[in-house]
Structures are given as structure tokens and as C-alpha cells.
Design a protein around this ligand. Structure first.
Ligand SMILES: NC(=O)c1ccc[n+]([C@@H]2O[C@H](COP(=O)([O-])OP(=O)(O)OC[C@H]3O[C@@H](n4cnc5c(N)ncnc54)[C@H](OP(=O)(O)O)[C@@H]3O)[C@@H](O)[C@H]2O)c1
Length: 255
């Protein structure tokens, strides 16, 4: 393995690690040498991810937690630091979708999406950065964006607002924290085959639309995001911060 991409000796915390993209990233980071803290609500599913991570000879800490409880995140993060001694790489993956046209979306659904997809990410980044700065150590943050960092598809208004927020939050934190050697970037996936997108894949019209619109002619797989995240977590990206890296099969390039 090239040392540029080697994460040996590093600890990564991955939210949303119970399935889909977060699970693939947790295993992928372990393949590149990182020990991994696994966060989501469902302990049994996190335990299954832990088995896959440990198969690569890496350590895991299974930390079930509901990130929608935003005010409790700092206390939760303190417990992570106590157990691990400190996290080097924070990967914010947990996210939800609530589908409705803008005229119909309830305030409850709007708040739920914004709380988890944006507020929880901000507060976790803050807890991470405070610990890193306090201990004089560098940090790497990778947020998961979306094509909705750039545009919108009707029925995803809260999600689009949250991912637009992730784009700007990533830039804001990168600018403020570069002086502490905390690099903040985002990986923005195109359409990836996971539980979140199952309703789209179950609808033949939408499934066909995704395949026709993506120049590569197919859905992405969660594992295809690993390379971008390892790049941004490692020395290979030592002069990259505030960047939104699209992994979308050419989607955004396609007019
Ligand atoms: N799939 C795509 O096409 C796509 C495209 C662009 C961006 N993304 C983004 O990628 C991320 C992951 O998406 P995915 O497709 O992998 O979704 P997914 O399969 O639905 O997984 C979502 C993850 O978030 C966790 N989660 C949900 N609510 C949580 C909460 N309140 N507290 C803690 N964890 C919570 C879930 O675990 P528990 O249920 O166990 O808590 C699960 O691990 C999201 O941010 C999504 O916006 C996905």
C-alpha cells in the first residue's frame, strides 16, 4: 500500500456505520489501516459492521447513539474520547430523507431532516475540533454531501436545503480551522444503491431515469466512495481543504 494513503495508527469515527454508505466507508477505512468508532442507532447492525472491520485486523468501538439528540452530542463525544484516547478522522455519514413537494412538507419533517443532516454534523464537528485543538493534534473531517449540494429534484426540499448547508458548512469550517491543521472536505455521491434509495430503485421510471441520466449508465455502489474518503483522510490530500469531491459517475458533467 502506498504510504500516501496509509491510515495505520489513525482512529476514524464513522456515523451511519450500521448500513449503506457508512458501513462501506468504515470497512474501507479499516482496509487502509484505520481503527474505527462505529456510530448509529442500531447496535446489532453496528456489531455486524464491527465483525467486518475486525476481519481486517483493526480495532472497533461500537457506540450506539441517536444523533438527532443534538444537545447530547458533546457529552457523547467526550465518552468516545475517554474510550479511544482521541479520534483523528471524523466521517459524517448519517442522514435521512423525507420525500414531499415543498408545498406539502410538514414542519416536523423539515426539522427532522435539518436536525440530523445539518445540525448534528455541525455539533459533532465542533466537539471533534475542540478536542483536536485542545490536544494540539491535527484532524480530518469528511462530510457526506450529495448532488443536492448543487441542485434540486422535486420532493426533496428539506434534504436539498440540508445538503446545500453541508456544502457551505464544509467550506466555513475549512476556512476557520485550517490554522489548526484541521482539514474539512466533503464527498458528494451521485445516486448510490442503498436502503435510502430503495424507493427510487423500486420505481421502474425513476430507476430508468437514473440510468439514462448518469453517463456511466448505472447506480453507484457504496464501496465506490471509499477511494475518495481515504484520499481526503490521508496525507495524499495534504493541501486539500474546503473541497467538495463529487463521486457521481459523471452526473454533474452531463447537460
Ligand atoms: N444513497 C444515495 O444515493 C446517497 C446519495 C448522496 C448522498 N447520500 C448520503 O449518504 C449518507 C448515507 O446514506 P445511505 O444511502 O447509506 O442511507 P441509509 O442506507 O438509509 O443509511 C443511513 C445511516 O444513517 C444512520 N442514521 C439514521 N438516522 C440516525 C440517527 N438519528 N442517529 C444516528 N444514525 C442515524 C442509519 O443507522 P440507524 O438506522 O441504525 O440509526 C444508517 O446507518 C446520507 O447522509 C445520505 O444523505 C446518499
Amino acid at each position: 500500500m502506498s504510504s500516501l494513503f496509509d491510515l495505520s495508527g489513525k482512529i476514524a469515527l464513522v456515523t451511519g456505520a450500521s448500513r449503506g454508505i457508512g458501513k462501506a466507508l468504515a470497512v474501507g477505512l479499516a482496509e487502509h489501516g484505520a481503527d474505527v468508532v462505529l456510530v448509529a442507532r442500531t447496535k446489532e447492525a453496528l456489531d455486524r459492521t464491527a465483525v467486518e472491520v475486525e476481519a481486517h485486523g483493526r480495532r472497533t468501538w461500537v457506540k450506539p447513539f441517536d444523533l438527532a439528540h443534538v444537545p447530547q452530542i458533546p457529552e457523547f463525544y467526550r465518552s468516545v474520547v475517554e474510550e479511544t484516547g482521541g479520534v483523528d478522522i471524523l466521517v459524517n455519514v448519517a442522514g435521512i430523507q423525507r420525500r414531499a413537494l415543498a408545498l406539502d412538507l410538514t414542519l416536523e419533517d423539515w426539522n427532522e431532516v435539518l436536525e440530523l443532516n445539518l445540525s448534528a454534523v455541525f455539533v459533532l464537528c465542533q466537539a471533534f475540533a475542540r478536542e483536536r485543538i485542545g490536544s494540539g493534534k491535527p484532524g480530518r473531517i469528511i462530510n457526506i454531501g450529495s448532488l443536492m449540494c448543487e441542485g434540486h429534484r422535486p420532493t426533496t426540499v428539506a434534504y436539498t436545503a440540508s445538503k446545500g448547508g453541508i456544502r457551505q458548512l464544509t467550506k466555513a469550517l475549512a476556512v476557520e480551522w485550517a490554522r489548526y491543521d484541521i482539514r474539512v472536505n466533503a464527498v458528494a455521491p451521485g445516486y448510490i444503491a442503498t436502503e435510502m434509495t430503495q424507493p427510487l430503485r423500486d420505481n421502474p421510471e425513476l430507476d430508468d431515469w437514473v440510468r439514462r441520466r448518469a453517463p456511466m449508465g448505472r447506480w453507484g455502489e457504496p464501496r465506490e466512495l471509499v477511494g475518495a474518503v481515504v484520499f481526503l483522510a490521508s496525507e495524499a490530500s495534504s493541501y486539500v481543504t474546503g473541497h467538495i469531491l463529487y463521486v457521481d459517475g459523471g452526473w454533474l458533467a452531463n447537460l
